[in-house]
Design a binder for this molecule. Structure first.
Ligand code: SF4
Length: 469
């Protein structure tokens, strides 16, 4: 009974052994400090429930825990880890052990920045400068924006789609191409649908992991150092990104380091500022690092197509132009089953040339997967995201204050996120230059290794609780 109630509360489907206690147990109450109390009806007392500890390796990526994350302790990646490195750096500098000092790099996602900007009533640019000031005050060396890496991720997704379209046939499972930027979705596919779905998933790395390649490979050589001497931290809207950074595919055996060493959620960065007793508004603004920036003049820029990166928007526009020489000023998104399942088509003379969709949230994802398995999926490309509404609604974003609903907050964050100008990824001259200078061309092996990845079928757990999927 208690076991089942705990599952209902935390929404985690991982079986956890909970000792049954004597006495007649009753209702569970959520306390204001986030703990749960259960009433012992016989003794008439309330007993604090223990939290279930689940490591990253245990996690089934079921979204129940890692996107709500209320009652799960993910202990391997945390702000404590960043504080540990910063304090070790301070100690090593004090004793003159300079070769043991890490270069600390922070890469901030635009979704996290929008969430923090909303909480503190800042513009996107002000928030970026305050965050740069905050992390530099703590002792970090460089602060970047992951929009730069998303340029690469969008370009590679566009190119991969066109290549798959040209090589399409039923046997090679090249279409529909399913977007790969959401690790919640990728983990789910690996753990529940394995070899059947994986060939459809784009091999393009997510912006976080491309940022990892940029920082550990390119930036380290620019600094004249080696990848393991850089401690790379990303700030992301969800906990699933911690799982992604932990994948073996993103670990270098040569340098014995990960491309991303530590992932902090937006909420964890906010908690750090509270721990430091610093309000983001009061932090001294510091100009953004211009190594990997997304500045257009003094303004930050973003991508069209919504808070999850605009994969559909960019893939369909690029493919329409590349394959059919068609261009559009506006895309017409048609809502299907719900707001999180929308469709866009490219048509000519009444004939549909390309049909793409957005499928957000696990209900819609399940629907897509079932259609694919039955051979009834009509789409060429699907932007799949695990969170309803997408990344601005990630489980690691700042929660609404009292008196504000989740929907109201999300609408404010979306407005802030969308308040900057957008541009296409190919307009970024710095990215175009790096294709040559860093990667040795768009078709080189180095380019493939730095910007693409692999997926692996994970043995399915035989457990009755998995029926939740
Ligand atoms: S949709 Fe975005 S925020 Fe949600 S799990 Fe996927 S990557 Fe994370």
């Amino acid at each position: 009974m208690w076991f089942l109630i705990l599952i209902a509360v935390s929404e985690c489907i991982k079986p956890v052994k909970i000792e049954r206690r004597p006495g007649k147990t009753g209702a569970i109450k959520l306390q204001t400090d986030g703990t749960y109390m259960q009433v012992d009806e016989e003794a008439g007392v309330e007993v604090k429930l223990e939290k279930a500890k689940i490591t990253l390796n245990d996690c089934l990526a079921c979204s129940g825990c890692i996107t709500s994350a209320e009652s799960v302790l993910i202990t391997q990646q945390s702000q404590e880890e960043l504080y540990r490195v910063l304090s070790k750096n301070q100690e090593n500098r004090k004793f003159g052990i300079h070769n043991e000092v890490y270069t600390v790099v922070i890469s901030i996602s635009p979704q996290s920045r929008a969430s923090l900007a909303t909480k503190y009533g800042l513009s996107v640019v002000e928030a970026a400068r305050k965050l740069t000031g905050f992390f530099k005050k703590l002792g970090c060396d460089h602060v970047f924006d992951t929009t730069f890496a998303r340029d690469f991720s969008l370009i590679e997704s566009q190119r991969e789609f066109v290549q798959r379209y040209r090589n399409r046939n039923k046997e090679n499972k090249s279409l529909p191409m399913l977007a790969s930027a959401c690790p919640g979705w990728v983990c789910y596919a690996e753990k529940t649908h394995g070899s059947y779905i994986l060939p459809y998933i784009s091999t393009t790395k997510s912006p976080q992991q491309i940022m990892g390649s940029l920082v550990k490979d390119h930036f380290s050589s620019m600094l004249g150092t080696t990848p393991e001497r850089i401690f790379h931290v990303t700030v992301m809207p969800c906990y699933d990104k911690k799982l992604e950074a932990s994948r073996e595919d993103f670990y270098s055996d040569v340098y014995r380091t990960r491309d991303v060493n530590c992932v902090l959620s937006t909420g964890e960065v906010d908690a750090m500022s509270q721990q430091e007793q610093i309000k983001l508004n009061d932090v001294e603004s510091v100009e953004l690092d211009n190594w990997f920036n997304c500045l257009d003049g003094a303004d930050l820029v973003s991508h069209d197509g919504g808070g999850s990166g605009g994969y559909l928007e960019h893939v369909i526009r690029y493919a329409a132009k590349e394959l059919f020489q068609l261009e559009f000023s506006e895309l017409n998104y048609k809502t299907l089953r719900n707001e999180d399942f929308r469709e866009v088509t490219v048509e000519q003379d009444g004939k549909i040339l390309l049909r793409c969709a957005l499928a957000y949230g696990f209900r819609n994802i399940q629907n897509v997967v079932q259609k694919l398995k039955r051979g009834k999926c009509v789409y060429d490309f699907i932007e799949v995201m695990a969170c309803p509404v997408g990344c601005l609604n990630g489980g690691g974003q700042i929660r609404p204050p009292e008196g504000v609903t989740a929907k109201e907050l999300l609408s404010q964050v979306s407005d802030v996120y969308g308040s900057v100008n957008s541009r296409t990824p190919t307009e970024n001259a710095a990215v175009a230059a790096l294709y040559g200078d860093w990667l040795g061309g768009a078709d080189s092996e180095k380019c493939h290794n730095a910007l693409h990845t692999n997926y692996h079928q994970v043995e399915k757990m035989v457990n009755a609780l998995n029926i939740k999927w």
